[in-house]
Design a protein. Structure first.
Length: 281
């Protein structure tokens, strides 16, 4: 049984917000995550909603800035926010650049050296972490959903489409939906996955939706003032792919909003409502 270390704990909207660490066998080192348990958890097991954060973030960014606990308390959902990468692995160069290595795991299972020994974020998010959460908290294991922001939006879409029976719903804020076509994705994938771009397709939402689709509507919010919109995020590519295969997509362009948590917090209620419907059905 995995030992779970409670690092800190706070009361919040009548629930409990805890920050935890544990040794991950998948990532071969310490991993951290945050869990918000709403007040209803004292009465019964609850559904779980996972949030994957973006580049440079840690396990605390979402809980500090998104305002999600209020909505989770209202709807009776456990929130889980993992870190965005392994840390302090000893890999040479892991801290040299902001968009690769520490804080930039991209939610893939690395196949290339030196990253493959620790950077197994896809398996960690989709397998090890849910198993740990379901063993340590009062969850309903058959009721899970996932969402995320930017790099985490990419991760959420990939995890949901590749594991449709595991996740009841998916949504994203300003996600990287076509990583094979943008500089962020090309850099990360070449270093983590190698030069065979066929292997990249399994982690590209615009490719995946055409291959496997998803069983329910996908919600995406995208700010029109986002500085990364036209060169890195490329939502139109994903929209076209969804149209091509008949995937229901609610892509909402929000005038004047940027890439920040000010944007995320504004529309957080809509996203948690989207998931609450699926999780409580």
């Amino acid at each position: 049984m995995t030992n779970l270390n409670l690092e800190s704990e706070f009361k919040c909207f009548d629930g409990i917000l805890g920050f935890y660490s544990h040794f991950s066998t998948t990532c071969n080192g310490e991993m951290r995550f945050a869990v918000y348990q709403p007040p209803q958890v004292t009465q019964k097991p609850l559904p779980v909603l996972y949030f994957l954060s973006g580049l440079t973030c840690k396990e605390d960014n979402f809980m500090l800035k998104a305002g999600a606990q209020r909505w989770a308390s209202e709807y009776g959902l456990i929130l889980v926010a993992p870190d965005t990468s392994p840390r302090h692995t000893g890999i040479v160069g892991e801290d040299d650049e902001w968009d690769i290595g520490t804080g930039a795991g991209f939610y893939v299972d690395a196949t290339e050296e030196p990253w493959r020994s620790h950077y197994q974020m896809y398996s960690y998010i989709s397998q090890e972490l849910p198993a740990l959460i379901n063993s340590k908290f009062r969850t309903q294991p058959d009721r899970q959903s996932i969402f995320g922001h930017s790099m985490g939006g990419h991760g959420a879409l990939v995890c949901a489409m590749r594991n449709p029976k595991q996740y009841k719903s998916v949504s994203a804020f300003a996600p990287i939906v076509a990583p094979m076509a943008c500089a962020w994705g090309q850099k990360a994938f070449s270093l983590y996955l190698g030069n065979n771009q066929e292997s990249w397709r399994d982690y590209d939402a615009s490719e995946l939706v055409q291959k496997v689709g998803y069983h329910s509507p996908i919600l995406i919010d995208q700010g029109t003032a986002d500085q990364f919109l036209t060169k890195q995020l490329l939502p139109d590519i994903f929209a076209q792919a969804c149209t091509k295969v008949g995937q229901t997509l609610n892509l909402r362009y929000q005038p004047g909003y940027d890439h920040s948590y000010y944007f995320i917090s504004t529309f957080m209620g809509d996203h948690i409502h989207h998931h609450a419907i699926a999780l409580h059905w």
